[in-house]
Design a binder for this molecule. Structure first.
Ligand code: HEC
Length: 150
């Protein structure tokens, strides 16, 4: 009986392991991009960021370094609020991500703010490539985050 139970547990664990492994698989192009990101700086100097953002940076640092280096999101080419929102959701729904809704919100606000300051040049360039509607949506979302975190 105990042996059967142990077997079942072992199988269960292997099952989870396999699920994770396949979720980690990336196509070659994504892999190359992501490796470049990971070679960049692994921390952000937030000493001049608003207090709330400095706290959210802690949540970002903890939660977004569980499965890969923090340098991956830090040097990512995502800059638009929509890109971040989509990606944080994607990360959140990965098995074992351990990210709550309120943590996801803090992380979202942090990366949106950070993109508008540290990645301003890239953000401005990106805003030139989207439709006027998309630009307005992005600018409103950035403003909202800034207003909520003075
Ligand atoms: C449960 C594991 C896990 C956690 C937690 C996690 N990630 Fe990821 N991340 C991955 C995997 C796996 C990939 C590979 C590509 C994919 O699946 O999208 C990835 C890829 C990425 C990429 C590169 C995507 C690209 O194609 O440019 C970014 C950026 C990223 N993660 C940001 C984050 C952020 C921000 C957080 C915190 C909210 C986070 N990750 C938390 C597993 C995780």
């Amino acid at each position: 009986m105990a042996a059967v139970l142990l077997g079942a547990i072992a199988l269960g664990v292997t099952g989870i392991g396999l699920g994770r492994a396949s979720a980690q698989e990336m196509d070659a192009a994504t892999k190359a991009r992501v490796e470049q990101f990971e070679k960049g700086p692994a921390t952000i100097d937030v000493s001049k960021y608003p207090q709330g953002m400095q706290e959210s940076y802690q949540v970002f640092s903890q939660k977004c370094s569980q499965c890969h280096k923090l340098s991956r999101p830090i040097n990512s080419d995502y800059v638009l609020p929509d890109q971040w929102s989509r990606y944080i959701k994607r990360m959140m729904y990965k098995p074992g991500s351990n990210i709550s809704g309120s943590e996801a919100k803090k992380i979202y606000e942090f990366v949106v703010y950070d993109s508008s300051v540290r990645k301003k040049t890239a953000l401005d360039a990106k805003l030139q490539t989207v439709t006027p509607d998309e630009r307005k949506t992005a600018e409103d979302a950035i403003k909202k985050v800034a207003d909520q975190n003075p």
